[in-house]
Design a protein around this ligand. Structure first.
Ligand code: ZN
Length: 358
């Protein structure tokens, strides 16, 4: 009897241990499950606005608003320093500091449901990229890039337009998450990240299509370029009234500026000044169109295979980032070869998606 009881006791003990283990297992799972859906905004509120540059979980590529604030305010890629007067004016600010103040509330943290939409879309893109190559672009190489998505709300920061920062951040507006074109926008921006991560591939794209560096877009050379343009024009004129001269037509027709010895090989042109008015004596530059800043392109103006320059300048009295004209054809892809490549891959994949290739 006692012997049997002893055996039973051992069984009971084993059973209790098993029950405890089962309980612990489920308790732990429940906790994990719960924490995935818990509102973390309370925790986030206590975090510093200057979050460290090391992201806590590289697998989670959706930035929370504090991570994005850090990126936008600290301007690690010096994007804001490429702003000219008109870039600031269309943003309704007078200085970079004022802009940083204006944009500080633009980043937002999104819900888990919204995160899942983005994550699923990225997953879909990666599946497409796995079997997609183009000139200067290898889908499999795109898939191993480190990318992070930051979400903004409202129009204070870059008027809410999607773009990239540094070589890994894609910034998109919150409203886009539920739009059908989320996938094409993300593909477009991933191409821009690719361009920043794999410069040798982009050089191959540029060489293939015969895009050549024509000049810097550098702020620091702004003053010099104005002088050079005036001098170039003066040297070709007698002391008479010249009225208005369209320097753009000179580029196109006589290649006057391109061939002039007075221009160093690497020219610094921030503003493209199209017309000058007055006489040689009291001549002044009256019309200057400024190039629009763009974080997705490099610091050069390129010419295409027809020797035409590709660029985007603000229209007179521009009040928006989009009040611009593109050259040589007024189409947004013409802003820069990097844009041409991104738009081309985006529409290429879109067409293949429509024809159900994927
Ligand atoms: Zn673009």
């Amino acid at each position: 009897m006692f012997y049997i009881n002893k055996i039973s006791l051992i069984y009971i003990l084993i059973l209790i241990i098993i029950l405890i283990l089962i309980h612990l297992y489920f308790f732990k799972t429940t906790e994990t499950f719960r924490s995935a859906f818990v509102d973390t905004s309370q925790i986030e509120e206590t975090r510093s606005t200057s979050s460290p540059r090391i992201f806590e979980n590289p697998e989670n590529y959706i930035l929370d608003k504090y991570e994005l604030i850090d990126i936008l305010i600290n301007d690690y890629d010096n994007y804001y320093t490429t702003f000219n007067e008109t870039d600031l004016k269309v943003r309704n600010v007078n200085s970079i500091e004022e802009y940083k103040y204006k944009i500080k509330n633009s980043p937002v943290t999104i819900s888990d449901e919204e995160k899942n939409i983005i994550i699923n879309t990225i997953y879909k893109i990666k599946k497409i990229f796995n079997n997609y190559d183009n000139i200067g672009f290898t889908g499999k190489k795109a898939n191993i890039m480190n990318i992070y998505i930051g979400i903004i709300d409202g129009t204070n920061y870059e008027e809410g337009f999607p773009h990239t920062r540094e070589n890994k951040f894609i910034i998109i507006p919150k409203y886009l998450i539920n739009k059908h074109n989320l996938i094409t926008v993300l593909i477009h921006e991933m191409v821009h990240i690719y361009q920043k991560v794999y410069p040798e591939d982009i050089q191959f794209y540029l060489d293939t299509y015969n895009f050549k560096k024509y000049s810097y877009r550098n702020n620091a050379k702004l003053g010099a370029s104005k002088e050079l343009l005036i001098k170039a024009e003066l040297s070709g004129e007698t002391e008479t009234t010249v009225g208005s001269i369209d320097l753009r037509s000179m580029w196109d027709e006589s290649k006057f500026l391109k061939n002039s010895d007075s221009f160093p090989q690497e020219r610094g042109i921030e503003k493209l000044c199209f017309s000058i008015h007055g006489t040689t004596g009291g001549r002044s530059l009256t019309e200057c169109s400024e190039l629009r800043a763009n974080p997705d392109i490099d610091n050069y103006i390129y010419s295409n295979s027809n020797n035409e320059l590709l660029y985007c300048t603000y229209n007179d009295n521009a009040t928006s980032i989009m009040n611009v004209t593109y050259y040589p054809i007024n189409n947004e892809a013409n802003e820069h070869p990097f844009e041409m490549m991104a738009y081309s891959i985006e529409s290429n994949i879109q067409n293949e998606l429509l024809s159900n290739s994927y």
